[in-house]
Design a protein around this ligand. Structure first.
Ligand code: XMP
Length: 317
């Protein structure tokens, strides 16, 4: 029978045999998979694991600081790299979702590559790839169709001439969480909703500016904190906000306003392949909507996405 404890024991032993005194570099995202993979490798080889956490300027509000602190608290050898300006520069004027994904993926690889070269004699690239990623990267990005280019699989090792170590590549998400629990990783990391690699970059429809990121971070923070406070966060598989490329008329005091619209989305799902919109309580939606419109300058209208996947996708881009 498979148990998380035995998996940890065997995997750590296997990694020690495979890696010996070699150095491993790994990008962390704050997500469950990379955090669990890094913790396993760290248990096996300690400080020979070099972790890199890139701030792409498209993370949730305060996410970079908080996640970096958690990683340090776990004893990981981690370096935070602020590359916000490079990402914004590369994204300037881009509006097509796939162009934005490619630009974000490219700058990530450049940043990661540059940082890795500062580590002497690194031989391996650690990755948090799980089994569904392996399947999806084959079926979604097949020879004839590319639905969306997920940039968390592939690309890096070829360019960097590194061998790949992927301790989770035979596990499903719930097994990864169990392994994380066996490793005593905090629920603050294990219980997190999935968050796309390109982050807010694909939740700001159209072109991206630092100001739009600031607006969406505030909106998203009110929504996500609200879900946590109302004990709804754990009942939702994934939630977030989209900044729409439209302005709408509103009224504030005696003034007519003409400002941005945001859409809130919360879905129930098992694996992201299909999803239903969550019937959040009206009172909750009313409260969050009021708070957003009152507190976030530049937003005067909030809508709730009631589409399921398929035919709609979870993200809007
Ligand atoms: P969709 O929008 O395709 O999303 O229904 C399914 C799941 O995948 C995530 N997603 C991405 N993750 N890079 C990622 O790492 C991407 O480009 C990307 N696009 C979508 C999405 O957040 C959801 O969990």
């Amino acid at each position: 029978d498979w148990t998380a404890d035995i998996f940890v024991e065997n995997t750590v032993r296997g990694l020690q045999a495979k890696l010996g005194d070699d150095k491993v570099v790994m990008g962390l995202s704050g997500g469950v998979d990379s955090s669990v993979a890094a913790t396993l490798i760290h248990q096996a080889i300690g400080k020979n694991l070099y972790c890199i956490f890139v701030d792409n300027g498209l993370l949730r509000k305060n996410e970079f600081e908080q996640v970096l602190e958690s990683y340090e608290g776990m004893g990981l050898n981690v370096k935070g790299v602020d590359a916000k300006e490079e990402f914004y520069e590369a994204l300037k004027g881009l509006t097509d979702p796939e162009d934005k994904r490619k630009a974000i993926g490219r700058v990530f690889i450049e940043t990661f590559d540059r940082e890795s070269h500062k580590i002497k004699d690194v031989k391996w690239l650690g990755q948090g790839t799980i089994y569904p990623d392996v399947i999806e990267s084959v079926s979604v990005n097949g020879p004839s169709v590319t639905i969306k280019s997920h940039h968390n699989v592939g690309g890096l090792p070829e360019k960097m001439n590194l061998k790949v170590v992927e301790p989770l590549n035979l596990l499903f998400k719930d097994e990864v969480r169990n392994v994380g629990r066996a490793l005593e990783i905090s629920n603050n990391i294990l219980g997190r909703h999935p968050f796309p690699g390109p982050g807010l970059g694909i939740r700001i429809l159209g072109d991206i500016t630092a100001e739009k990121v600031r607006i969406l971070q505030e909106v998203d923070d009110i929504f996500i904190s609200g879900l946590k406070e109302a004990n709804l966060y754990d009942q939702v598989w994934q939630a977030g906000a989209m900044l729409l490329p439209v302005q709408s008329v509103g009224v504030m005091g005696d003034e007519r306003t003409y400002e941005q619209v945001v859409a809130l989305r919360a879905v129930a799902s098992l694996d992201g392949m299909t999803a239903d919109w969550v019937h959040l309580p009206y009172e909750f939606l009313a409260e969050v909507s009021n708070k957003i419109i009152n507190k976030v300058r530049g937003v005067n209208r909030v809508v709730y996405d009631i589409s399921s996947k398929p035919p709609a996708t979870i993200e809007w881009e």
